[in-house]
Design a protein around this ligand. Structure first.
Ligand code: IFM
Length: 457
């Protein structure tokens, strides 16, 4: 079943504005390797991957794509693609090995070289300050459960912005704070591997406070910086056979936890009603302090959206089990990625127009900071091309309906370390042989290059 009836011929895709930015994304722990080189401190992922059973087949990011040593080759690939912008992440423990205090100059030097190589290739560096690799020393003090981590994040943001801000003008503070909270601290399937369920909620607030402090730090160092955050968002859907009032309430509760818990404070300066989660105290038992929401709601220059698929929910079969929803499977026979995720391009139109409806004038320009799919190994990847064409069409539909979208970063440039799945999921436009480091562009790489070129012609 095709994912889209649109043509994948690059020259027949909708025309995007001339200043639309075409990009690709990666993240430090997933590609860099060099896990303990040049003074880098351990991160929670360096620790977690050594926990038996935590990552499929015991894979680690110790070497990953060896991007730390091969970044020039990777920038050359980006230049071949014709990228306008590259989203990567800075490794906090490479720059501040214990998360606070002493700065490691060799870590900063690496990002200096990367930024210069990107600029030489005409590509705008777009770093994310935190893509889940918290310094282990901070986790030992409570990690994001501890308010102090937010202040340490602000300090580290200042160090990075002071060093790179003469050349880097677009900054992303956090990647997917929802996923880090829920997978890392709620269910324990990602680092730091803590299974606290709803007791993980302070992690949401402390990350958002860290975002606000980092935003101020970046702006102090780089007055002409654009500051964004990359939120993982999902439209929430109901099955046609489960549409009772209880199902609708479950959908609303899930939307609150996954989407609004992060977007409302950023865009409206308040948290959504969390009573479905047994929380009626607006201070969350003292976690949310006076002034925090004003720090968090400092106007953004853009909202980054990472979109992969909608989420289907129903009312919980056992309301006493703890959560006010159950996750469900869609009834439609959607095509699936190698990861098993349903391919639903129109979910992205629904998500973007839904954000516009909910936040109106408070919604800043949107950037798609991640979108892509895992496909079987191999160089011929028509399903990835179909996926990208379908989702770009969905973005164009949202733009036709008034949503201001400024750029698209596909996930991912390279096959890389896919967290608990290790190297088993391949998201790259470029295939990586993890034994040798050899990079080979896939058919989707050539397609994306042709698309970018045809958009410019
Ligand atoms: O690989 C991840 C990335 O680190 C965060 N967003 C989703 C991607 C695919 O799972």
């Amino acid at each position: 079943m095709p994912v889209t009836t649109r043509s994948t011929d690059p020259s027949r895709l909708p025309r995007f504005p001339a200043d639309f930015r075409w990009g690709a994304s990666t993240a430090a722990y997933q590609i860099e390797g060099a896990a303990d080189e040049d003074g880098k401190g351990p991160s929670i992922w360096d620790t977690f991957v050594r926990r038996p059973g935590a990552v499929r087949d015991g894979h680690t990011g110790d070497t990953a794509c060896d991007h730390y040593h091969r970044f020039e080759e990777d920038v050359a690939l980006m230049r071949r693609l014709g990228l306008d912008a590259y989203r990567f992440s800075l490794s906090w423990p490479r720059i501040v090995p214990t998360g606070a205090g002493k700065v490691e100059p060799r870590g900063l030097d690496f990002y200096d070289r990367l930024v210069d190589a990107l600029l030489d290739a005409g590509i705008e560096p777009t770093p994310t300050l935190f893509h889940w690799d918290l310094p282990q020393a901070l986790e030992d003090g409570g990690g994001w459960l501890d308010r102090d981590t937010a202040y340490r994040f602000g300090e580290y943001a200042a160090v990075a912005a002071e060093r790179l801000g003469d050349r880097v003008k677009r900054w992303i503070t956090l990647n997917e704070p929802f996923v880090h909270m829920s997978f890392g601290y709620g269910f324990g399937v990602h680092a730091p591997g803590r299974a606290l369920l709803l007791d993980a909620l302070p992690v949401a607030h402390h990350q958002l406070l860290g975002h606000g402090l980092a935003t101020a730090a970046v702006r102090a160092a780089v007055p002409d910086a654009q500051v964004l955050i990359a939120n993982n968002c999902t439209p929430v859907r109901l099955r046609s056979d489960a549409r009772t009032d209880k199902d609708t309430a479950a959908a609303s509760a899930y939307d609150i936890l996954h989407n609004r818990l992060f977007n409302d404070p950023l865009l409206q300066g308040r948290y959504p009603d969390l009573s479905a989660y047994g929380m009626s105290d607006p201070s969350w038992g003292g976690v949310v302090r006076d002034g925090d929401l004003a720090t968090i709601a400092a106007p953004l220059d853009g909202l980054g959206i990472n979109y992969y698929n909608p989420t289907w929910v129903t009312a919980p079969a056992d309301p006493a089990a703890g959560l006010p929803f159950d996750l469900a499977e869609p009834e439609e026979p959607y095509e699936r990625t190698a990861f098993g995720w349903p391919v639903v391009p129109d979910g992205l139109t629904e998500l973007l127009t839904g954000l516009e409806e909910r936040y109106g004038a408070a919604l800043p320009p949107v950037w798609i900071t991640e979108n892509g799919c895992s496909q079987p190994a191999g160089l011929d990847d028509p399903a990835r091309i179909d996926y990208l064409a379908g989702h770009l069409g969905a973005i164009a539909d949202a733009m036709d309906r008034g949503v201001d979208v400024r750029g698209y970063f596909t996930w991912s440039l390279l096959d890389n370390f896919e967290w608990a799945e290790g190297y088993h999921q391949r998201f790259g436009l470029v295939e990586v042989d993890f034994a040798t480091g050899l990079r080979t562009p896939r058919a989707s790489f050539e397609w994306y290059r042709d698309l970018i070129a045809s958009q410019r012609s």
